[in-house]
Design a protein around this ligand. Structure first.
Ligand code: EPS
Length: 391
């Protein structure tokens, strides 16, 4: 089923820039570069990141689709320059190198990275041709795209937050029960984006330990969307189910190996009576629920509760103490290549998770209420909300 809010990204990790083209954004939405830069900066932070983030100051340049601060309804082009390009020009040049110039081919694939399968698939003998695009640097472009999606959602009171629940096996306590605004406040103030200070300290220690050993750590982040109306997504067709779309979007993030909605895998361990959210009604507030184990989704449709998704990130596959590999050229047993990388990027991945949630929701929102201009969407949305009052 065609997306309404659709986008493509382009760009290599050490190429000149990352670019995204977004189609389907309605006209009349206020949009400035500052709206996007906030999240680009958030994506760069996090304890455990490597040298690259000290070089970059990710800032978007809006190249098309906006005039005098408002979207035109035409495709929006976003571009983020790679500062590091200056240091990589010779390696990442479009033109072939001068004859006799030194060549540094990457031939020792990292277990866990796209290196080996990507090289075999595309016929690349130099793994750099694979890793430059498979790198999580690409998520910069997704976060920029989501800046536009978030701006649209904000017009209708929908906001998205995220926090880290676990890194390297160190988890926030199950008893931690805070309002979402407080979870967000604490996560934003934490260098690992964790809402529990004790867990944060233990996570920082775990990252230090992994770093000292030349190892890497994965973890879990949770993304929450507040303010979603009842009725985004649909049960009527498999590819319109919002839970399926969210799972796909989450698992498309580099290094993500699992995705859960609401109680997720825990729901499989409990009887139905301890899973489903009982339905209550009061004349003033309408329908309510006793809990939100469904994570705001029933039948692939939003039910008006916060939409809650989690994703599991594997440890990054560039290890400073490398794992065993085989050289593509010589077929000799070797140690995998050590590219500059991060020890842990789970805090940043949470911001990327927010981005994917916002993009999926913006698309579902436009499917339900879509129009060519923000005004038209406002009318559709208001009429629907009015209709819901009779419930
Ligand atoms: C990233 C930029 C990359 C890595 C990381 C994510 O920069 P560089 O390769 O120049 O150090 O820090 O990418 C990976 C971990 C990976 O495996 O590709 C970024 O901007 O997020």
């Amino acid at each position: 089923m065609p997306e309404i809010f659709r986008f493509l990204t382009a760009g290599e990790s050490h190429g000149q820039a990352l670019t995204a083209v977004i189609d389907g954004v309605p006209a009349g939405l206020a949009l400035g570069e500052a709206d996007i830069n906030v999240d680009l900066a958030r994506r760069q932070r996090g304890y455990g990141r490597g040298g690259r983030m000290k070089i970059e100051r990710d800032q978007v340049h809006i190249v098309s689709g906006v005039r005098w601060g408002f979207t035109l309804g035409s495709p929006i082009t976003l571009q983020i320059a790679n500062r590091d390009w200056e240091n990589w020009q010779a390696t990442m040049s479009v033109a072939p190198p001068e004859p006799g110039a030194p060549q540094k081919e990457v031939t020792r694939p990292r277990p866990g990275h796209a290196d080996l399968a990507g090289a075999m698939k595309y016929g690349h003998r130099d793994i750099r041709n694979v890793l430059e695009r498979s790198s999580a640097r690409e998520t910069t472009a997704r976060v920029a795209v989501a800046g536009v999606a978030k701006r649209l959602l904000a017009e209708f009171g929908i906001t998205v937050l995220s926090h880290v629940t676990e890194i390297g096996g160190v988890r926030i306590p199950e008893t931690l029960d805070l309002p979402w605004a407080e979870v967000q406040r604490r996560a934003e103030a934490s260098e690992v984006r964790c809402a529990d200070p004790e867990t944060e300290a233990a996570i920082v220690a775990a990252i230090d330990d992994a770093k000292a050993k030349g190892d890497t750590l994965g973890g879990v982040f949770e993304v929450v969307a507040l303010g979603c109306p009842v009725g985004l997504g649909s049960y009527a067709q498999w590819d319109r189910r919002l839970d399926g779309r969210l799972a796909q979007a989450f698992c498309s993030i580099q290094a993500i190996k699992g995705s859960e909605l609401g109680l997720g895998f825990e729901a499989a361990r409990r009887p139905g009576s301890a899973v489903h959210d009982e339905i209550l009604f009061d004349p003033a507030g309408g329908f309510r629920r006793s809990s939100n184990n469904a994570g705001g989704l029933e039948g692939g449709v939003t039910n008006g509760q916060p939409v809650i998704a989690r994703a599991a990130m594997k440890p990054l596959s560039t290890l400073r103490t490398p794992l065993k590999s085989v050289d593509l050229a010589t077929k000799q047993a070797v140690e995998a290549v050590v590219e500059r990388s991060d020890v842990c990027a789970v805090p940043a991945a949470g911001v990327v998770g927010e981005a994917m949630m916002a993009i999926v929701l913006a698309n579902a929102f436009l499917e339900k209420f879509g129009g060519d201009s923000l005004e038209e969407i406002r009318r559709n949305y208001a009429a629907y909300q009015e209709g819901l009052k009779s419930w």
